[in-house]
Ligand binder design. Structure first.
Ligand code: KIV
Length: 272
């Protein structure tokens, strides 16, 4: 049961109002079958631009396009009935101007049926978030480690340590001021993310940000052990699907080579 307690899809305002209640459960999804599974449990499902790395074999999220987000967004929408669906705005689709951001956010919502978009950045995106939020586009913000900025951040490093604390706090306060309905805190020290969670009136959703946020999000392929190229410290694996798939494919290969598959029950005769 989601935090709405009803069968209808959760809205951004219901998500926002759930701050301070039970922790909000969020996962990514990129396909219809996985969306159906996560919809049973999640309050929010994110069609993350992590799709570029986990499904398309890219080495960062920078190569993800609007067309990819639309295609995966449509697939996920077919599998959801109760969770709030949010689609990531890919690199280069919103940074140029608030107008560019509006055009692309409207396309994502119109073509996928998502109720909201997510974009990366704090103070630098304040004007853009305000522009979108005041024009019927609910925005989930994303501060701390923002993977689309790895080339300027110098890699996938923890953000907000030491003197950098004030910057991450200011980013979170800026997106709230601008009208974001929620904010993702990625790779932020636990004490800082607790402080941000207490300072903001919108829900904070952590990934590598400790247990003191209003909710948690993980990349679904990471927690299922379906993406095993690397495992960040903040990921807990709840299954080992790559290992299971490898064992299954090996068994299939052995069966075919030994003529154990197909067996009579997988074959047709004149009657059955
Ligand atoms: O793209 C993504 O999957 C994300 C989450 C990790 C928050 O932005």
């Amino acid at each position: 049961m989601s935090a709405t307690g009803s069968g209808a899809a959760m809205t951004p305002s219901q998500f926002m109002a759930a701050k301070g209640g039970a922790p909000l459960v969020c996962l990514t999804a990129y396909t219809t079958p996985v969306a159906k599974i996560v919809d049973e449990v999640c309050d929010l499902v994110l069609v993350g631009d992590s799709v570029g790395m986990v499904l398309h074999g890219m080495d960062s999220t920078l190569g993800v396009t609007m067309d990819m987000m639309v295609m995966h967004g449509k697939a996920v929408a077919r599998g959801l009935s109760r969770s709030l669906m949010v689609v990531d705005m890919p690199f280069g689709s919103y940074e140029e101007s608030p107008q560019q951001a509006f055009r692309n956010a409207a396309r994502l919502m119109r073509e996928t049926g998502a109720a909201a978009v997510k974009l990366e950045g704090g103070e630098s995106m304040e004007e853009t978030i305000r522009f979108l939020a005041s024009r019927s586009i609910p925005v989930m913000a994303h501060v701390g480690l923002t993977p689309q900025a790895i080339n300027t951040l110098g890699g996938y490093k923890v953000q907000g340590r030491g003197e950098d604390r004030a910057r991450v706090l200011a980013d979170a306060q800026a997106v709230e001021r601008a009208g974001a309905f929620s904010v993702v805190l990625e790779k932020v020290p636990s004490r800082l993310s607790e402080e941000i969670t207490q300072a903001l009136s919108i829900p904070t959703i952590g990934i590598g940000a400790g247990s003191g946020t209003d909710g948690q999000v993980l990349v679904v392929d990471d927690m299922l052990g379906l993406f095993d190229m690397f495992k960040p410290k903040f990921v807990k694996r709840y299954a080992s699907l790559v290992e299971d798939a490898r064992a299954a494919v090996t068994a299939y290969g052995e069966d075919v080579r030994a003529r154990r598959f197909p067996a009579p029950e997988h074959s047709f005769d004149d009657e059955t």
